[in-house]
Every structure is written in C-alpha cells, then in structure tokens.
Design a protein around this ligand. Structure first.
Ligand code: 5GP
Ligand code: MN
Length: 341
C-alpha cells in the first residue's frame, strides 16, 4: 500500500466538485512537458470513464514526441484555437490547473482561465502555489503531477477506473519529470506505483523509446554542436553553460522540443553540479537550469531570470540579449559559491 499523502479533506472537496458538474476543462502550463501532458491526459481519461465532458487546453503546442500519447489528438492549443477555447472556458463549470503554481505560467491563456466563472482546482508539485484556486492539491515533495493524479484517483476510490491509456499517461509524466528516474526519484512509493501501472499493461520500455528515442538527425547534430562548440565549464563554480542563438538553431532546422534534455548533459561531467542552458527564442531568452545535490537551481532562476521551479530543475526567461544574459549569469555565479557542497 502507498501512504496517504493527500489530505482527506482535499479528497472530499475534489470528489464533491467533480460529482456536481459535467463540463470540465483541464489546463497545464505553456510549453507543455511530459508531466503537463501526462497529468492532463491521465485526468482526461479518468473523467471520460466516469462519463464527464472533459477537455484539455494548453497555452502553446507540445513537442511532437508526445503525439502518440492516448488522447493527445483532442488537446486544444490555445494560441491556435483561441475562440473555441475562450468559449469552453466561458461554459466550464470546473477547471483543473495542473503542473504549475502560478497563473503567469499559462502565459496568454491566464486571463481567460482566471476570468472563467468555473471553480478552479490546482493539482501541482511546485513550491509556493499562488492563491487562485478554490482547492489546492499542492505537494512539492511528490516528484510529478502525474503521480499526484494517480494518488488522487486512487484516494477517490477509483483505482479500478484507471484504464491502460490513463496508466500510460501517468507513467509518461512520472518518467519525464525524473529524467527517466535518474533524479528526484528516490521515493520507494514511485516504484510501487510503477508496479501497479505495469500490472495495468503499461510497457515501460516501449514508452521510454516513444519519448526519448524518436528524435530527428537534426536534433542530434544540434546537440553535438552545442556540446562541441558552445559548452562552457566554470570549474571553480562547478557550473556549466550552453547558449544557443536563434541563427544557430535555424542552421539545425530547430523545432520545438529539439533542445529538450540538453541542459542535463553537462551534469555528467565530473565536477559539474550546476548546468544552465540558454536558448534564444523569438521574443526572449528561454533558460533551463539543472543541479544535482543541494545546489538550488530554483533560487538562481528566481534571483536572475524571473523564474522558479524545483531545487534540481528550474527555468526562467530573460529579455536581455543572449550575450547580456550570459554576462548577467557569469557576474552572478560567485554569489552562489556558498551553496556548493
Ligand atoms: P524546463 O527547463 O524543463 O523548461 O523547466 C524545468 C522546470 O522549471 C519546470 O518543471 C518548471 O517547474 C520550472 N520552470 C521552467 N520555466 C519556468 C518559468 O519561466 N517560470 C517558472 N516559475 N518556472 C519555470
Ligand atoms: Mn511536473
């Protein structure tokens, strides 16, 4: 048995909220990752089995390597289908906000969600949830929102309603938010849950291949370029930085998701415990930060890059040029010396 992490009163509130309505919208953060997709789709499958009318809406497109996920074909992309989405937000009776802690993580979709008359239920594992939901199922000690969805469904007494499609989505979110169970994944109960998902028919090896082994040759060449030409190591700070400009990305026919995971690679260098990846986007620099051990990647994201996240995996953005953003980072590095183990 797994322990009862989610408070009983929250279970009761969520159950009651679902029982009373039909039209339910499920949303996640901008640039949906595996956990955003996994948790929203898992909840969608569950709500379908209990005969609700759920819709998943995400602010921007998700990477194509999640296209195979059961239910992905029905996900509405806000920036492409604004009118339809606004109508659904207007009609919604209940909105689940998954895998983010503050409305700004929904980017241009935030206003529409906040303006909706529907009650909001947050289910998330980021620190410091903002106070915008009627019910907040917030457990930062849990390594993925998808795991929280599993726990929530079970605690509502509906383990038997988790079908294979739902289980595959839960597994995908658990796998991607832990880098294939290589970080943030020491909790024993993760593996008890995985055993249950496998019993339901999940082929975990197949899901790994579907997510991690479907990249283009261009992505691999871009990775090679980033590591060979662009990786900078700061041995005295146990840190690494990779920056990549929009022009460079163009040379490798960059598409969304192609740089996924690059930030983790420098952590495999002996003596590197903090890795940062900066990518020039159309209107900003997108920054990913990763650490191992106790170094607080999220603190650096918050202090320097208007962002946040978890201790070992965080993100943010910058509106300076790429060179200026790099300079800002290098100037600030000495300030974090005390956090090195
Ligand atoms: P990634 O580097 O994969 O984009 O993001 C890693 C984690 O950092 C995400 O799961 C999320 O918790 C956090 N994160 C990424 N970008 C942002 C951002 O712009 N703002 C905040 N607050 N958190 C972010
Ligand atoms: Mn997550």
């Amino acid at each position: 048995m797994i322990s009862k992490i989610i408070a009983e009163d929250l279970i009761t509130k969520v159950k009651k909220a679902i029982d009373g309505v039909d039209k339910i919208v499920i949303v996640a953060h901008v640039g949906p990752d595996g956990d955003a997709m996994g948790s929203t789709l898992a909840l969608w499958h569950y709500l379908m089995t209990i005969e609700k009318e759920p819709v998943v809406i995400v602010p921007t497109a998700f990477p194509t390597f999640f296209n195979w996920m059961p239910g992905a074909e029905q996900v509405l992309i806000y920036e492409d289908s604004k009118e339809k989405a606004d109508e659904l937000f207007g009609e919604a009776e209940l909105i689940f906000t998954l895998d983010f802690n503050t409305p700004s993580r929904m980017a241009k979709m935030a206003d529409a969600v906040l303006a909706s008359p529907a009650d909001k239920i947050l289910v998330d594992h980021h620190l410091h949830p903002a106070d915008f939901a009627k019910v907040a199922v917030s457990y930062p000690q849990i390594s993925s929102t998808s795991e929280l969805i599993f726990r929530l469904i079970c605690r509502m007494g509906d383990f038997s309603k988790i079908n294979l499609a739902c289980a595959e989505c839960i597994y995908t979110g658990m796998m991607t938010d832990t880098g294939g169970f290589t970080y943030n994944s020491n909790s024993q109960e993760i593996y008890i849950i995985i055993a249950e998902l496998i019993k339901l028919g999940v082929d975990k090896d197949d899901l790994y291949r579907k997510v991690f082994n479907t990249y283009s040759a261009d992505r691999l060449r871009l990775m090679g370029f980033c590591l060979y030409e662009k990786m900078k190591i700061y041995p005295e700070y146990r840190a690494a930085l990779i920056t990549v400009s929009a022009d460079e990305l163009k040379q490798f026919n960059f598409v969304n998701g192609d740089a996924e995971g690059f930030v983790n690679i420098p952590l495999s260098v002996h003596g590197v415990d903090f890795s940062v990846f900066m990518r020039e986007d159309t209107d900003k620099i997108k920054i990913s930060l990763r650490s191992q051990g106790t170094f607080p990647a999220n603190k650096v994201a918050t202090d320097l890059f208007n962002g946040g996240g978890h201790l070992n995996a965080a993100g943010g953005e910058s509106y300076l040029s790429l060179a200026e953003t790099q300079q800002k980072f290098e100037d600030a590095l000495p300030n974090y010396r005390d956090f090195l183990e």
